[in-house]
Ligand binder design. Structure first.
Ligand SMILES: NC(=O)c1ccc[n+]([C@@H]2O[C@H](COP(=O)([O-])OP(=O)(O)OC[C@H]3O[C@@H](n4cnc5c(N)ncnc54)[C@H](OP(=O)(O)O)[C@@H]3O)[C@@H](O)[C@H]2O)c1
Length: 285
């Protein structure tokens, strides 16, 4: 019988996190004795909590808002990618040392690959809406797939410029920053559009974009997953464009952590997706 192992998600607040549902689905599916808990850690207590993670019996953890940046500084070893993003979302112990990585990039790419197969074959120009933590992960993903040119549009132009400056050293031919003006997006020349802002999320303002000039073989991706299908994706689907929704990114980003903690690479299946979709719909009622 394998050891009982446990992991957790650390955040403030964490009661809405769907990570326990995802990891318990996999623990049950693969008959692994283990648990995955929520740990609500008060501001100012992250360092002491992470310091006693192993003593509390945890073999690792996910880190969510607002601690992804601070957690990076608490690790003994971090990946190049985590340092580039300035944030970690997955912690695990190896040889007694605390390792940290950022799996949002893997999650973003695996989801696009699954939902819009071959999207990167002829993708030269991408438009990214937003310049926060998620936009940074998306840009790193686009750099990994050698996309030539990116336009970064954000409500706060300064933030867009700062991220564009940084990303210009990641291998792109061109990274342009501009303010978020839906009227002047230049959609007709883009192959891929990705929304990483919280616009279109439940309780947030709408994201109104006219997709009529977007090329018919282009792909629209929205990383927002509540609602499961955002207005942006609905509009894209009506225009018969290929789309990629946010839930898959959430599911795929969870897989590397599970493998570190429980020793098996889990599959993102239709069954898992249906279970989480049902939970999101239940929450809405
Ligand atoms: N699917 C997934 O696995 C996944 C993973 C991570 C994040 N997400 C989702 O991605 C979204 C962004 O997350 P994040 O971590 O990047 O957050 P963040 O760092 O706080 O960034 C938020 C972004 O949204 C923009 N924004 C917020 N309110 C806006 C408004 N009213 N009008 C225009 N722009 C607005 C911000 O612009 P300013 O810079 O001007 O404030 C910024 O670019 C959230 O909805 C989150 O749930 C999904």
């Amino acid at each position: 019988m394998p050891d009982f192992r446990k992991a957790c998600v650390i955040g403030w607040p964490v009661k809405h996190s769907r990570s326990p549902l995802i990891h318990h689905f996999w623990l049950n599916k693969y008959h692994i004795p283990g648990a995955y808990l929520r740990e609500e850690v008060m501001p100012d207590s992250l360092s002491s909590f992470v310091g006693k993670l192993s003593d509390c019996g945890y073999c690792g953890a996910n880190v969510t808002l607002p601690y992804k940046e601070q957690a990076l500084t608490l690790c003994d070893c971090t990946s190049d990618l985590a340092r580039r993003l300035g944030a970690v979302n997955t912690l695990w112990f190896e040889d007694g040392r605390l390792h940290g990585d950022n799996t949002d990039v893997d999650g973003f790419l695996a989801n696009l690959d699954e939902q819009a197969r071959g999207w990167d074959l002829n993708c030269k120009r991408a438009i990214v809406l937003g310049a926060g933590g998620a936009a940074r992960a998306v840009l790193a993903g686009l750099a990994a797939r050698e996309i030539e040119s990116v336009t970064l549009l954000n409500r706060s132009l300064d933030r867009a410029r700062q991220l564009a400056d940084e990303a210009s050293g990641w291998g792109f031919r061109q990274v342009r920053a501009d303010s978020l003006d839906p009227a002047g997006l230049g959609l007709s020349e883009a192959d891929l559009l990705i929304n990483t802002t919280s616009l279109g999320m439940e309780g947030q303002p709408r994201l109104d974009l006219d997709l009529s000039r977007f090329p018919e073989d282009a792909v629209v991706c929205d990383i927002v997953y509540t609602p499961l299908e955002t207005e942006l994706l609905k509009n894209a689907r009506m225009r018969r464009l290929r789309t990629s929704s946010g839930l898959g990114m959430l599911l795929h980003q969870a897989a590397p952590g599970f493998e570190h903690w429980f020793g098996l690479k889990p599959e993102v299946t239709k069954e898992l997706r249906t279970m989480i979709e049902a939970d999101i719909k239940r929450d809405k009622k």
